[in-house]
Design a protein around this ligand. Structure first.
Ligand code: NAD
Length: 395
C-alpha cells in the first residue's frame, strides 16, 4: 500500500490516472541473499534494494540493518524518499535498502562482510549512479566507508567519514533539520519560545541524540528519552551534555521509566526518532503531546494519523521533519562531484534554507486548503514528482 493517499490527494491536485499508476509501484525492486562464512557456519541475510522513482534524479536513500526488515517496509521507505526529496526540492528520486539481520547478534567482522556482499550484489547501481545509498538505522559512517572502499567513487555513497570525503555536518544533519523544524513549529504553532518547552524523544541513536543535543542547547527541556534498552525521565530535564557518550540508555545511571510512557506523556513536543508504526490508534488516543514532530520514518499508522487529526494534535510529517539528512547527503554528493570542500556552516545553511522553505509551503498549503500538514506535504510533493514526469514525457 502506498504511503500517500491518492484518493485524498486528487481532491486537492490535478493528477492524471497514468501518473498515479506509475507512482503506485516501485520503479525497480532487487533482492539478494547475503551469505557470509563465519567459522563453521554460514550467516545469511535477505537484502533488498528498492528504487521507487527516479523521475527527479538518482534514487537516494539509506541502508537499514534490522531484524524486522522486509520488502514491504523497504518499499514504503523508498517511496517516502521520493516525496521527501521532491518536497524539499533536492534533485534526487527515492530509494532504500534493507538488510534483514539483528546487528547485535553478529560480530563486527560479519557486519563488514555483509556490507561487502551487499556491494557485490548491488554495486552495479552504485557504479552507474542510479542509486546513492547513505546510513539508516544501524548503519553509519563505518559501513559507508566500506562501500566507498569497494566502489572507489566518492559520489557513489554519502554519510562517509569526513576524512575520506564525508561532509562536515552530515552526522548531525538530520537532527539539525529536526531541531530547526521544532523551533519554528513551537513558535508558529504552539506560540511559545523553545526555551523551557518540554520534549520527549523515542530513540537515542544518530537522529534522537543529535536532536536532543541541539534542542537542549537551544534551551528546551528534554524530560524523557527511550531506546531499545529502556527509558529515562527527569521532570527538571535530563543532563543531555553528560549523556552524549552513552551508547544505550540502560548504561545511563538515571531514573528509569516504562518506555511505553514516553509515547504518551504530557509534554509540549513528542519526537519519535526510532522505529516505524509506533503511533498506533491507541497511542494517538492517549497522547498528551501538543505537537508531534516525526524525526523517524513512517512512525504513525494511518489509524493513528486519523485520530491525531480528529483530536486537533499538530503533526509535522516525516518527509518534512527528517529531510535534513538527505539535504546533507545532497551537499556531500555535490562536494564529491565538484571536488570542493564545503564547510559545516554552508551545510547548515543549505539544510535550513531547504527545510524551512518546505516548512513554510506546507504550513501555507495546509491553511489554504484546510487540510493536515501531512496531506499538504503529500500534495506538494506528489505534484512536484508528477510535473517532472510530465517534463520527461512519461505521462
Ligand atoms: P540509529 O540506529 O542510529 O538509532 C535508532 C535508535 O532507535 C536507537 O537508539 C535504538 O535503540 C532505538 N530503537 C530501536 N528499537 C526501538 C524500540 N523498539 N523502542 C525504542 N527505541 C528503539 O538510527 P537513526 O539513524 O537514528 O534512525 C532513526 C530513525 O530516523 C529511522 O526511522 C530512520 O529511518 C530515520 N532517519 C534517519 C536518518 C539519518 O540520517 N540517520 C535520516 C532520515 C530519517
Amino acid at each position: 500500500m502506498s504511503v500517500v493517499n491518492f484518493d485524498l490527494i486528487t481532491k486537492h491536485a490535478n493528477i492524471e490516472p497514468a501518473a498515479i499508476a506509475y507512482l503506485q509501484r516501485s520503479n525497480q525492486e532487487h533482492y539478494a541473499n547475503l551469505s557470509v562464512k563465519w567459522g563453521d557456519t554460514v550467516i545469511q541475510a535477505d537484502a533488498y534494494a528498492v528504487f521507487h522513482s527516479t523521475a527527479r534524479g538518482p534514487a537516494k536513500g539509506g541502508i537499514r540493518m534490522a531484524e524486522d526488515v522486509s520488502l514491504e517496509e523497504t518499499r514504503r521507505l523508498a517511496e517516502l524518499m521520493t516525496y521527501k526529496c521532491a518536497l524539499t526540492r533536492i534533485p534526487f528520486g527515492g530509494g532504500k535498502s534493507g538488510i534483514k539481520i539483528n546487528p547485535r547478534t553478529i560480530a563486527p567482522e560479519v557486519r563488514k562482510m555483509l556490507i561487502e556482499q551487499y556491494v557485490r550484489h548491488f554495486g552495479v547501481f552504485l557504479a552507474q549512479g542510479t542509486y546513492v545509498p547513505a546510513p539508516d538505522m544501524n548503519t553509519g559512517p563505518a559501513e559507508m566507508a566500506t562501500i566507498y572502499g569497494i566502489t572507489q567513487s566518492r559520489e557513489s555513497v554519502t554519510g562517509k567519514p569526513v576524512r575520506i570525503g564525508g561532509l562536515q555536518g552530515r552526522d548531525e544533519a538530520t537532527g539539525y533539520g529536526v531541531a530547526a523544524i521544532v523551533k519554528n513549529a513551537v513558535n508558529g504553532i504552539l506560540d511559545k519560545d523553545v526555551r523551557g518547552v518540554t520534549i520527549a524523544i523515542q530513540g537515542f541513536g544518530n537522529v534522537g541524540k543529535w536532536t536532543a543535543r541541539l534542542l537542549h542547547e537551544a534551551g528546551a527541556k528534554i524530560i524523557a528519552l527511550s531506546d531499545e534498552t529502556g527509558a529515562v525521565y527527569m521532570e527538571q530535564g535530563l543532563p543531555i551534555d553528560d549523556m552524549v557518550n552513552i551508547r544505550l540508555l540502560d548504561e545511563a545511571n538515571l531514573p528509569a521509566i516504562d518506555p511505553c510512557d514516553v509515547l504518551t506523556m504530557p509534554v509540549d513536543v513528542f519526537i519519535p526518532a526510532a522505529i516505524n508504526g509506533v503511533i498506533t490508534a491507541d497511542v494517538a488516543d492517549k497522547t498528551q503531546a501538543k505537537l508531534i514532530v516525526e524525526a523517524g520514518n513512517d512512525p504513525t499508522t494511518s489509524e493513528g494519523d486519523q485520530i491525531l487529526f480528529d483530536r486537533g494534535i499538530n503533526v509535522i510529517p516525516d518527509i518534512l521533519a527528517n529531510a535534513g539528512g538527505v539535504i546533507g547527503s545532497y551537499v556531500e554528493w555535490k562536494q564529491a562531484k565538484s571536488g570542493s570542500i564545503i564547510t559545516k556552516t554552508e551545510t547548515y545553511h543549505t539544510i535550513e534554507s531547504h527545510i524551512l522553505g518546505a516548512y513554510e509551503s506546507v504550513i501555507k498549503t495546509a491553511k489554504q486548503m484546510g487540510i493536515s500538514h501531512r496531506l499538504a506535504a503529500h500534495v506538494i510533493a506528489v505534484n512536484e514528482v508528477v510535473e517532472s514526469m510530465r517534463d520527461r514525457g512519461w505521462i
